[in-house]
Ligand binder design. Structure first.
Ligand SMILES: NC(=O)C1=CN([C@@H]2O[C@H](COP(=O)(O)OP(=O)(O)OC[C@H]3O[C@@H](n4cnc5c(N)ncnc54)[C@H](OP(=O)(O)O)[C@@H]3O)[C@@H](O)[C@H]2O)C=CC1
Ligand SMILES: O=C(O)C1=N[C@H](C(=O)O)C[C@H](O)C1
Length: 249
């Protein structure tokens, strides 16, 4: 397949390596240095685009791909308040888009078990739950997209929580976070070069249950994004990464 990369930062460079190792060809690479090359003509050289840029640029990048009629896989996080609008634009332009808050297989297994666990915990109301996420210092958005998906999985399945709230903390202190009992706290921390760690914590007076995913590097995210480009090639429509996985509940 011919692949265009929008964003050539930490993720773009790893995606390039993995795509080449799977015998794909990179026909276009765009970052802030060569934005003038982001034209419909150049995008149309690709069978699919993989977009890992920044919250401020993702929407216009998606629109460029819809206008050029090229399928796009979106890894960038921090734009989900625009989901409905983009879904409508996708339909209106007969476009193709697949997005994920996290492309790694391990995290998608984690998402699935998280939903099942939340269902089970309805029977044990003396446990309270919170989500913790830790990422590197360069991360622009909080909470992480992954933490939002985890929180939504809990809220959809655990009757005691109706909404999430986010606190970005700079230390690991146990200060009172002023969260209402029906609110699910997502605590975000930014430490060194951590690739991504997510923990769901059910806490009672007598014990604590912790369910944790730790990314050791970015290779899992990158492989998932390349698999998504292979999956969306030749398809039309608006998809989440769930369409690629077959978890029976
Ligand atoms: N869904 C998932 O599985 C994962 C998602 N992510 C998300 O992916 C995004 C990128 O992460 P990461 O690679 O670590 O970030 P980086 O900051 O390392 O890279 C971002 C890249 O985007 C480029 N860029 C900025 N603006 C534009 C634009 N308008 N068009 C094209 N390129 C542009 C930057 O160029 P320049 O360097 O010239 O400024 C840079 O090359 C983040 O939102 C992150 O949260 C990350 C990992 C996994
Ligand atoms: O910015 C990152 O690095 C990551 N972002 C994604 C997120 O916001 O969940 C996925 C992964 O955790 C790495």
């Amino acid at each position: 397949m011919k692949i265009a990369l929008l964003g050539y930062g930490k993720m773009g460079k790893i995606i390039e390596k993995i795509a080449l190792s799977r015998k794909h060809e990179i026909v276009l690479t765009i970052d802030n240095e060569n934005l003038h090359e982001l034209t419909a003509e150049n995008l149309q050289k690709a069978d699919a685009v993989i977009e890992f840029t920044m919250p401020a640029s993702v929407i216009s990048n998606i629109e460029h791909c819809f206008n050029a009629g090229v399928p796009i896989v979106v890894g960038t996080t921090g734009w989900y308040d625009r989901l409905d609008e983009i879904k409508q634009k996708c339909a209106a332009s007969d476009g193709s888009l697949l997005y994920a808050t996290n492309f790694s297989v391990g995290v998608n297994i984690f998402f699935h078990i998280n939903r099942l666990l939340a269902k089970v915990m309805n029977n044990y109301p003396y446990y309270d739950v919170q989500v913790e996420e830790i990422h590197h210092m360069q991360k622009l958005d909080a909470p992480s997209g992954t933490a939002i998906t985890i929180a939504e999985g809990i809220i959809d399945n655990l009757s005691s929580k109706t909404d999430w709230v986010n606190v970005l903390t700079t230390d690991d202190s146990d200060d009172d976070k002023n969260v209402k009992s029906e609110e699910l706290l997502i605590e975000s921390m930014r430490i060194d070069s951590v690739p991504g760690t997510h923990t769901v914590i059910y806490d009672s007076e007598v014990d604590t249950i912790e369910f944790k995913h730790t990314a050791h590097n970015r290779n899992g995210f990158a492989l998932g994004a390349v698999l998504a480009a292979e999956w969306i090639h030749g398809k039309k429509g608006f998809y989440t990464v769930d369409a690629m996985f077959d978890f029976k509940s």
